[in-house]
Design a protein around this ligand. Structure first.
Ligand code: NDP
Length: 405
C-alpha cells in the first residue's frame, strides 16, 4: 500500500510505470510527474490498454524538476513515501533537496552530473549522507542495470562465490538492431557525453586514464554473440572499488558497432557533440542539445528493435574454497519481447525493471536504512529473486574466462 512519484516519462519512466502497474499489491497510487505532461498521459493511456487488470491508480502532473520549490509543492500535495527519479542526472540534487524538505525517500538510476561540465561522480550525492541519516530517510543511488544490477551481481559474487574478488570486468553488449543509421538507446546527451569522454579503469589503487575507445577486445556474450568491446569509464566502478576493497583491477566494457563509431567520430569532429553553447541566430544553444533534437527519441526505436542485450559481471579471484576462480553472472534481454510486454526497447527495460524492484524492496522494508547508499551495500539475494520474477532472469557461467587481461 504505497504512494510513489515517478519523475520523468522518457524511455525508462515508461518501463518503471508499467512494472509498478504489474506489481500493484505494492504500488497502489502512482503519480508520473515530468516536464512534458503529454508523455506521462500517453504512458497512463497505454497502461489502461495493455494492463487493464492493474489495481494501481495513476495520475500525472507537469513539473520542472530543476526547481526545488515546485517539487516541494508537488510532494506536499501528493504526499508520496518515495520518489523514483528517472528524469536526467542533472536533476538528482534538486530532487534530493525536495525529498529532504518534505520527508520522502529517494531512488535514482544515474549519478549527478552538472549540466555545464562533462563530469559525473558520486561525491555530490554522497555528501548528502548525513542529511538523509538525520532526517531518517533513505536515498538509493544507481538502481538501474549498469549501475544497478551490475553492482548487485558483484555483491552476489562476493556473497556466494568469492573469498576475495581481485579482477572485476563488467560487460555490456547491445546486439540489437533498430534499423536507424545512428541513434542512441537512452538520452543522447548523456550517452554521447559518456562515450566521447576519456576512458578510465581502476588498477592497483588508482585510476588509469585512456583515450576514448582506446582499449578493446572481442568478448563472447553467452547466448548472444561475440562482439568487439571497448573500455570506458562507467559510474558503478567508483562505488564498487570502495565497497569491495580486495579488487585490484576493475574495468567496464561496452560494444559499439562500426557504423555507430563512424557517425560519432564525424559528429565529434565537426563539433556537434560539444556541450559549450554557441550563438545561433541570437540564441545560446549547446550543439549536443540541438543534436538531441535531430536524433530519434530513444523510445521511438522500440517498435522495430530486434536482437538482444547481454550485460554481466565477470569476477576473478580466490573462491570460497581458497582456490583461484573465475565466474560470470549475467542477464540476456530480448528487445522484441520487451516491446511486446511494455512497448519499450531492451535498454529502457533493463533500466526500468531494477528501478521498480529497488523501490519495492524499500517500500516493503526489505532494504531500509536511513542514509545514502549504493545498491551493493544491501543483501543481493532478494533483488536477484525479484529480477527473476519481473522479467530479467539471472544466469551464471562457472569456470570460463570471457574477458582476458
Ligand atoms: P529520456 O530522455 O528518454 O527521458 C527523460 C525524462 O525526464 C523525459 O520525460 C524528460 O522530459 C524528463 N525531464 C528532463 N528534464 C526534466 C526536468 N527538468 N523536469 C522534469 N522532467 C524532466 O531518458 P531515459 O528515460 O532514457 O533515461 C532516464 C534516466 O535513466 C537518465 O538519468 C539516464 O541516465 C538513466 N539511465 C540509467 C541506466 C542504468 O542502467 N543505470 C541506463 C539508461 C538510462 P521531456 O520529455 O520534456 O524532455
Amino acid at each position: 500500500m504505497s504512494r510513489v512519484i515517478i519523475i520523468g516519462a522518457g524511455g525508462v519512466g515508461n518501463v518503471v510505470a508499467k512494472k509498478c502497474a504489474q506489481n500493484d499489491s505494492i504500488f497502489t497510487e502512482v503519480l508520473i510527474a515530468t516536464r512534458t505532461v503529454s508523455k506521462a498521459d500517453k504512458i497512463v493511456a497505454e497502461i489502461h490498454e495493455h494492463i487493464p487488470g492493474s489495481k494501481t491508480t495513476f495520475s500525472t502532473a507537469s513539473v520542472d524538476a530543476d526547481n526545488v520549490p515546485a517539487l516541494v509543492a508537488l510532494f506536499n500535495s501528493f504526499k508520496p513515501e518515495l520518489v523514483i527519479n528517472v528524469a536526467l542526472p542533472y536533476q538528482d540534487l534538486t530532487i534530493m533537496d525536495a525529498c529532504l524538505e518534505t520527508g520522502v525517500h529517494y531512488l535514482d538510476t544515474a549519478n549527478y552530473e552538472p549540466l555545464d561540465v562533462a563530469k559525473f561522480e558520486y561525491s555530490w550525492q554522497w555528501a548528502y549522507r548525513e542529511k538523509f541519516e538525520k532526517a531518517g530517510l533513505m536515498a538509493l543511488l544507481g538502481c538501474g542495470f549498469d549501475p544497478g544490477a551490475t553492482n548487485i551481481f558483484t555483491a552476489h559474487h562476493a556473497k556466494h562465490h568469492f573469498k576475495e574478488i581481485h579482477y572485476l570486468d563488467i560487460v555490456d553488449c547491445n546486439n540489437g538492431d533498430h534499423g536507424k543509421a545512428f541513434a542512441t538507446n537512452f538520452n543522447p546527451e548523456i550517452n554521447i557525453r559518456e562515450i566521447t569522454a576519456n576512458g578510465r579503469y581502476w588498477e592497483n589503487g588508482e585510476w588509469v586514464e585512456t583515450r576514448p575507445l582506446e582499449i578493446s577486445q572481442d568478448i563472447y556474450y553467452p547466448k548472444v554473440t561475440t562482439r568487439k568491446s571497448f573500455v570506458l569509464y562507467h559510474e558503478e566502478l567508483e562505488s564498487l572499488v570502495i565497497n569491495f576493497p580486495t579488487i585490484k583491477r576493475a574495468r567496464f566494457w561496452m560494444t559499439f558497432g562500426e557504423s555507430y563509431i563512424k557517425h560519432l567520430s564525424v559528429l565529434e569532429g565537426i563539433g556537434m557533440t560539444s556541450i559549450v553553447p554557441i550563438d545561433f541566430r541570437g540564441q545560446k544553444i549547446a550543439p549536443i542539445e540541438f543534436l538531441k533534437a535531430v536524433l530519434p527519441a530513444p523510445e521511438s526505436l522500440a517498435a522495430n528493435y530486434t536482437g538482444q542485450t547481454c550485460i554481466g559481471v565477470q569476477a576473478r579471484g580466490i573462491g570460497l574454497d581458497g582456490q583461484p576462480k573465475v565466474h560470470f553472472v549475467y542477464n540476456v534481454c530480448d528487445h522484441a519481447a520487451t516491446y511486446k510486454e511494455v512497448q519499450a526497447q531492451g535498454v529502457s527495460y533493463t533500466t526500468g525493471v531494477p528501478a521498480m524492484i529497488g523501490a519495492a524492496l524499500m517500500l516493503t522494508g526489505t532494504w531500509k536504512k536511513a542514509g545514502v547508499y549504493n545498491v551493493e551495500e544491501f543483501d543481493p539475494d532478494p533483488f536477484i529473486a525479484e529480477m527473476n520474477r519481473w522479467g530479467l532472469p539471472v544466469d551464471e557461467l562457472a569456470g570460463i574466462e570471457l574477458v582476458h587481461d
